[in-house]
Design a protein around this ligand. Structure first.
Ligand code: NAP
Length: 264
């Protein structure tokens, strides 16, 4: 009986890619091939040609270029490159990446987004438990995504997989992830405007402003890729806060209680 291990490729060993690698290495279930400049790994993207599954874990701008490279290798006459490989990514927005994959005619691409992270970056910050209990978004569920789904839940320890189309995903993450990032940056900026407040900072402010301390390259990419949705959600937020500040007396208590029930 042959006992061939599934071959998994990971491209980019930063916080997310490094955490996937460390976790999958611990399971000893897979043959793992990694592409990483910072960690001096010997493989190039094309060496992953016969992997069962490849995770693209770089910044979004880099993912676009890698999709182009894979599509061009796939399309060569009688190509042996990536013919049976599921290609997935971990980028924080999905619409532009999925559109690009479709334009390129990329075979077997499934968009992905683990809803996990810290404000740290790079391989040294990565750790195998990062995805424990998290939601992992995929843009498709079908027979071909079975290995990917098993690996996400059983090996990486995600709590659940949500299947969602890229447009709906980007609107949703604008509300739960990207507007909070913008708010956090705005709070940080308040300290330049009201410098005397800095010496009174406590855990509440620190918690609210934590996201502003994150990876600025990813912050730039997220805001650039999802600016339209972020602006729309921001308008809803601003209108609500403006009207909230006009509520008086016991109605304020009722309003706060109502919001608490939404958050439960
Ligand atoms: P990171 O820690 O900065 O790692 C990104 C890695 O991408 C780098 O370590 C590097 O890997 C590679 N890379 C960077 N610039 C590159 C370039 N110009 N060309 C080729 N490779 C390059 O970032 P991360 O937090 O892991 O984020 C990676 C992806 O996950 C992003 O698309 C982000 O949107 C998404 N994401 C992040 C979070 C989060 O909270 N951080 C959460 C969900 C999704 P090597 O040096 O190993 O080549």
């Amino acid at each position: 009986m042959t006992n061939t291990k599934a071959k998994i490729g990971i491209v980019g060993l930063g916080l997310i890619g490094g955490s996937i690698e460390k976790c999958l290495t611990n399971t000893c279930k897979y043959e793992i091939l990694t592409v990483s400049a910072s960690q001096g790994r010997q493989h190039k993207l094309e060496d992953l040609k016969d992997c069962d599954l490849v995770f693209l874990c770089g910044p979004q701008g880099v993912i676009y270029k890698q999709l182009e490279e894979i599509a061009s290798l796939q399309a060569q006459p009688e190509s042996e490159f990536f013919q049976n490989t599921i290609i997935t990514d971990v980028g924080s927005t999905k619409q532009k990446i999925c559109e690009r994959a479709e334009e390129l005619g990329l075979k077997n691409f499934v968009g992905g987004h683990p809803m996990a992270g810290t404000e740290e970056q790079g391989y040294d910050a990565s750790f195998p438990e990062l995805f424990g209990g998290c939601t992992w978004v995929l843009t498709e569920q079908s027979a071909r995504t079975r290995l990917l789904e098993e690996l996400i839940i059983i090996d990486l320890g995600a709590g659940n997989i949500e299947i969602i189309d890229p447009v709906t995903h980007d609107k949703a993450v604008a509300a739960i992830s990207h507007v909070p990032l913008v708010l956090s940056i705005g709070l940080g900026n308040l300290l330049s405007e009201v410098p005397q407040a800095k010496k009174f900072i406590g855990p509440g402010f620190k918690g609210m402003a934590r996201l502003a301390k994150g990876n600025q390259t990813l912050g730039k990419e997220i805001i650039t890729a999802n600016r339209g949705n972020i602006k729309e959600v921001w308008k809803i937020y601003r209108n609500y806060v403006d009207s909230f500040l006009d509520i008086a007396g016991d109605n304020l208590i009722e309003e706060i209680e109502e919001v608490k029930t939404v958050l439960q």
